[in-house]
Design a protein. Structure first.
Length: 122
């Protein structure tokens, strides 16, 4: 495993979380959710790198969670499945479509991201 790459991925993951908060302060919930999706995706890939020495070039949060073999992540993701759907929709919608999201969806997504960080040790 490349410790430098792991640390860079973790740093970027945290940065995306912080940027999402800035986006929300400006009323941009769609792009904030896009940034949260990126935070989760990078956190999961960093975890895979740390545990298995590599990570796949896939973008699906669901697929990445399955690959982690992490019970904490699986439990949280089963409890908050609807957030994963929102984040994956925002990943595509934030780039290609006009989608409307609100504060409630964002606040639930932040809770999920924080749980992912906890489960992965970030």
């Amino acid at each position: 495993m490349s410790l430098r790459l792991y640390e860079e991925m973790v740093g970027r993951s945290r940065h995306f979380l912080n940027v999402s908060r800035y986006d929300v302060a400006a009323g941009r919930y769609g792009i904030a959710l896009f940034h949260l999706e990126q935070a989760v995706q990078l956190a999961l890939k960093a975890y895979l790198l740390k545990v298995f020495g590599d990570f796949p070039r896939v973008d699906s949060i669901k697929d990445l969670i399955d690959l982690t073999e992490n019970e904490c992540l699986r439990r949280v993701s089963e409890e908050m499945w609807y957030v994963i759907n929102i984040l994956e929709d925002a990943y595509i919608g934030g780039r290609y479509f006009i989608r409307r999201y609100g504060e409630r969806g964002y606040s639930e997504a932040v809770k999920y991201v924080e749980e992912v960080f906890r489960c992965t040790g970030i």
